[in-house]
Ligand binder design. Structure first.
Ligand code: HEM
Length: 221
C-alpha cells in the first residue's frame, strides 16, 4: 500500500487493521448489493416476459457476431444496450441502498432549508427514484425504455450515491451484473413460481423478504 502525502508534506500509511477493515467494506458493499440487484432483475424479467425475450435476443446477437461465441469480451459488453437499460431500471425500482446518510461539517443551506453543523441528513434514494413528478405517473412500473435516452436530471437517479463518496465499485458492479445476466439469459428461460410473494424489505439492503422463487428451463443454446 503506497503512502499518502498530507497537505503539510508528512506521509500516512494504512495500518494492517485498517486494510482488513477496508477489505470487509469491499466484501459487504460489493456482495449484497450486486446479488440483490441481479435477483430483482431476474424477478422483473420473469414478470415481464416481453423484455426477457428482447434481452435474450440481444445477448444471442452480440454473441453470434463474435467468432468465439461463448464468452463476452470487454468490447461486446458495451453492445449490451438493453441489458444496461434493464439493470438501470432495476436499480431505479429496487435500489439496494435506499437511504444515503451524511453529517454536515459546516452550516449549509439545502433547498431553502438552513442545516446547522453536525446534523445528520438522510437522502431517500427510493423517494427520488419513485417520484411521479420526475419519472411520470407510471413511476412504479418496470419500463427500461426510460434509460434509452440520456437522463435529464442526474440527481434523480442515484443508486450509486453522488459526489466524492460515490460507490467505488460502480463500474465493476455493472460489468459483473451484465455478464451474469447475459449468461443466465443465454442458457435459461425463466418464469415466476406461483409460490412467489412480492414483499421487498429493507434490512441493510433491499431484498425479497420471502425469497425469489423462479422456475428456470434450460434452452438449447
Ligand atoms: C449493484 C451494486 C452496487 C450498488 C447499488 C452500490 C451502491 C453504493 C452506494 C449507494 C454507496 C454509498 C455512496 C455514498 O455514500 O454516496 C456505495 C459505497 C461503496 N461501494 Fe458500492 N454499490 C454496489 C456494488 C459495489 C461493489 C461491487 C463494490 C466493490 C467491489 C462496491 C464498493 C463500495 C465501496 C468501497 C463503497 C464506499 C465508498 C466510500 O465511502 O468512499 N460497491 N455503494
Amino acid at each position: 500500500m503506497s503512502p499518502n502525502r498530507n497537505p503539510d508534506g508528512t506521509e500516512d500509511k494504512l495500518e494492517v487493521e485498517e486494510i482488513v477493515e477496508e477489505c470487509k467494506t469491499f466484501y459487504f458493499a460489493g456482495k449484497e448489493t450486486s446479488a440483490n440487484t441481479l435477483t430483482w432483475a431476474i424477478v422483473l424479467l420473469a414478470i415481464n416476459q416481453d423484455w426477457q425475450t428482447k434481452a435474450r435476443q440481444e445477448v444471442l446477437q452480440v454473441l453470434d457476431d463474435r467468432t468465439n461465441n461463448i464468452l463476452l469480451s470487454a468490447e461486446s459488453l458495451g453492445e449490451l444496450k438493453l441489458i444496461s437499460m434493464i439493470l438501470n431500471e432495476t436499480l431505479r425500482l429496487y435500489a439496494p441502498i435506499s437511504v444515503i446518510q451524511r453529517r454536515t461539517c459546516r452550516d449549509a443551506e439545502v433547498g431553502g432549508f438552513q442545516v446547522p453543523t453536525n446534523t445528520q441528513v438522510s437522502l431517500y434514494v427510493i423517494a427520488a427514484h419513485h417520484d411521479p413528478e420526475i419519472w411520470g405517473e407510471d413511476a412504479d412500473r418496470f419500463n427500461p425504455e426510460r434509460f434509452s435516452q440520456p437522463r435529464k436530471h442526474l440527481a434523480a437517479f442515484l443508486p450509486w450515491g453522488l459526489g466524492p463518496r460515490i460507490c467505488a465499485g460502480q463500474s465493476f458492479a455493472m460489468v459483473e451484473m451484465k455478464v451474469a445476466l447475459a449468461m443466465i439469459l443465454r442458457r435459461y428461460r425463466f418464469e415466476l413460481s406461483s409460490s412467489y410473494v412480492h414483499s421487498p424489505v429493507q434490512f441493510m439492503t433491499v431484498h425479497p423478504q420471502y425469497g425469489a422463487q423462479v422456475i428456470f428451463t434450460k434452452i438449447g443454446y
